[in-house]
Design a protein. Structure first.
Length: 266
């Protein structure tokens, strides 16, 4: 079995090794692949749950995720209590176990066959993803669903904001939550794009490399997946050919608002 471990521990943080060790204690033959998202970024967590979960992969796989800002209650928390653990089964059979917080399930809530609470302690440790959650994940990986609790309706999960920076890749491309299908512009039209407080001109294209070197493209990117209804969703990216779009926009953080408008031709 392949386990994708998605968490906000930090790149190279030993926490990944500790959690992987606990998972392997329960699932000795599992292969674990780790992916780090920025601290408390439930939007990035949700993006990668969908990107990995809804695209082709190993026939037996589980996604174990932990991004728990503990922002559901801003008062003092007894016993390190945090957001609850949930189970999701996607339409393609992939299973997810992790904390429901913010936008973690917003990308996939419409692609799920079922979403349930998992009846484990919400407290007991500051490091719940090591000390509390692996046993539940392992049980589900082994086909034991006795810990499943109440169903969670998709309406109880926040809708996805369709105007944000979801991810910044290693080349400085900005992956957004703007669906490509929502953009109604003539190809090669010039647009003004605002990310946070920084504005830059760009060219709307149907492919990032269909612009000259040094040009900022606003185009459908490499990320997306097939929905339960058979339709494919693709997300818009900002790509500076031969450069770095993240730097062009002042190195914005994730979740920054992205807007665009067509510029009139001269």
């Amino acid at each position: 079995m392949l386990i994708n471990l998605i968490a906000d521990y930090g790149i190279g943080d030993p926490a990944f090794a500790e959690v992987s060790q606990r998972l392997n204690q329960k699932l000795p033959t599992a292969q674990i692949s780790c992916l780090s998202v920025p601290p408390f970024s439930t939007l990035a967590t949700g993006f990668w749950l969908a990107q990995l979960g809804l695209n082709p992969g190993a026939p037996e796989r589980l996604i174990f995720h932990n991004c728990a800002p503990r922002q559901d209650n801003l008062e003092a928390r007894p016993d390190n209590e945090g957001e609850g653990l949930t189970y999701v089964k996607l339409y393609n059979g992939v299973e997810l176990v992790g904390v429901l917080a913010g936008y973690t399930l917003s990308f996939i809530k419409s692609e799920a066959l079922q979403i349930n609470t998992i009846e484990v302690s919400r407290g007991g440790s500051q490091f719940r993803s090591r000390d509390v959650f692996p046993s539940a994940a392992a049980a589900i990986a082994n086909g034991d669903y006795s810990l499943l609790g109440d169903e969670i309706a998709p309406a109880q999960i926040p809708d996805l904001p369709t105007d944000r920076v979801a991810w910044i890749d290693g080349y400085g491309n900005l992956k957004t939550t703007i669906p490509a299908s929502s953009v109604n512009l003539p190809l090669s039209s010039k647009v003004a794009v605002r990310v946070g407080d920084v504005v830059s001109d760009a060219i709307y294209s149907d492919g990032s490399f269909r612009v000259p070197e040094g040009t900022l493209a606003f185009a459908p990117g490499s990320s997306g997946w097939q929905r339960k209804d058979g339709q494919r969703v693709t997300w818009m990216e900002l790509f500076l050919r031969g450069g770095n779009a993240w730097s062009r926009f002042g190195k914005p953080k994730l979740n920054r608002i992205v807007t665009y408008a067509q510029l009139e031709s001269l």
